[in-house]
Design a protein around this ligand. Structure first.
Ligand code: ADP
Ligand code: MG
Length: 356
């Protein structure tokens, strides 16, 4: 096990940022900590790194208790959201920095440093910029320098805190794929913090979803997508509609539709989630929905459908889908969720049910 976090709790005054967090990061995996702003992701990462101390709990690195080890002795590489590279140094000197400041006994020779830095420049594809200053680089290139610098000291673990957070969408997308390949090539155990669900789904082997200092669920992207543990996880993964419903006479009653309750307790309250991709519609004079907005963006048409009781249903339908023929803003429609997730007391595993 590369990292074990055991019952970590952290408060500032009477505000609790982390509540009894336990998690394992396996060797060679890329784990994403995903959650809204303020959920405790950075705090947890800083405790693993040794930049912050926990109130309770232990950190193990490579099966050795490291809770009280100094950050210097944890053999961890970091990359933060805001470029933490030195502005007055060239790219080469930035990457060499971690090697030059080592105690004399461990410091590589000048020719070894040269060789190692060029290997790293090569690895992150910025050889041609070795003698530039950071101000002469794009944001994406600077983050590659930051990563190369983190890797220079051959860390056993890499911690990335929203490393692409300050970059524009296109560069972010490109760097995601690049990071994923690089991490697999090096096999270095990596924890990456992000609040972007798409980024986490795309790069991570496993995702840990955090909310208000707690772990809501941990699992592979596919497990979270197919079996969200609760309404928060379902909703946070995006492209979702979430409703509150009551179980009545064997049905869950929702605004404009109902579904068979399949044994949920009579009179109970449930949350029902429907993904935007799992909605079918058809124009119909007697339909209980009405298209309020229709946005054609790329391959998909996004529809905002007005339901009774001032509720809304968002749908995404492929623009070639014949059900869209004759549909425009204002059209009354029938709609059918193809799959729904039902959550009871926020803790039950979502069960997809057929809608009747
Ligand atoms: P995230 O990275 O998920 O956005 P953080 O771990 O940065 O969240 O913060 C979690 C909570 O802890 C936030 O409400 C934040 O304001 C609070 N917090 C973080 N660092 C400190 C600190 N040094 N002093 C007081 N409160 C802090
Ligand atoms: Mg943060």
């Amino acid at each position: 096990m590369s990292i074990r976090v055991e019952s970590i709790t952290k408060s500032w005054g009477n505000f609790t940022a982390l509540r009894d967090i336990s998690l394992d990061v396996h060797d060679h995996e890329l784990l994403a900590l995903l959650g809204p702003s303020g959920s405790g992701k950075t705090t947890l990462l800083r405790i693993v790194a040794g930049l912050e101390t926990a109130d309770h709990g232990e950190i193990y690195l490579h099966d050795e208790k490291a809770t009280h080890h100094h950050v210097r002795n944890r053999r961890i590489g970091f990359v933060f959201q805001h470029y933490a590279i030195f502005r007055h140094m060239t790219v080469f000197e930035n990457i060499a920095f971690g090697l030059r400041v080592r105690p004399r006994k461990e410091r590589p020779s000048e020719s070894e440093i040269h060789k190692r830095v060029h290997e790293l420049l090569n690895l992150v594809h910025i050889e041609q910029f070795a003698y530039r200053k950071p101000s002469q680089l794009s944001g994406g290139q600077r983050q590659r320098v930051a990563l190369a610098r983190a890797l220079a000291v051959q860390p056993k673990v890499l911690l990335l805190d929203e490393p692409f957070g300050a970059l524009d969408a296109r560069v972010r997308q490109e760097l995601r794929g690049w990071l994923r390949n690089l991490q697999k090539e090096l096999g270095i155990t990596t924890v990456m913090v992000t609040h972007d669900q798409e980024e986490a789904m795309e790069v991570a082997d496993r995702i840990v979803i955090m909310n208000e200092g707690r772990i809501e669920q941990a699992g592979s992207p596919n497990q979270l997508w197919e079996h969200p543990a609760n309404a928060f996880v379902f909703d946070f993964l995006g492209n979702s509609n979430l409703y509150h419903g009551l179980v009545h006479s064997g049905f869950i009653e929702l605004p404009g539709w109902k579904m068979r309750s399949n044994g949920w307790p009579e009179g109970g309250e449930v949350d029902v989630g429907v993904r935007t991709f799992d909605v079918r519609i058809a124009p119909s004079r007697n339909g209980s929905g009405r298209v309020k907005r229709l946005i054609s963006s790329g391959e998909f048409v996004r529809l905002e459908i007005e339901l009774p009781q001032e509720k809304r249903l968002n749908a995404q339908i492929h623009k070639c889908d014949p059900s869209l023929v004759g549909v425009q803003e204002g059209t009354p429609v029938r709609f059918e969720p193809l799959k729904a997730f039902v959550f009871h007391d926020q803790v039950t595993t979502g069960v997809p049910l057929t809608v009747h």
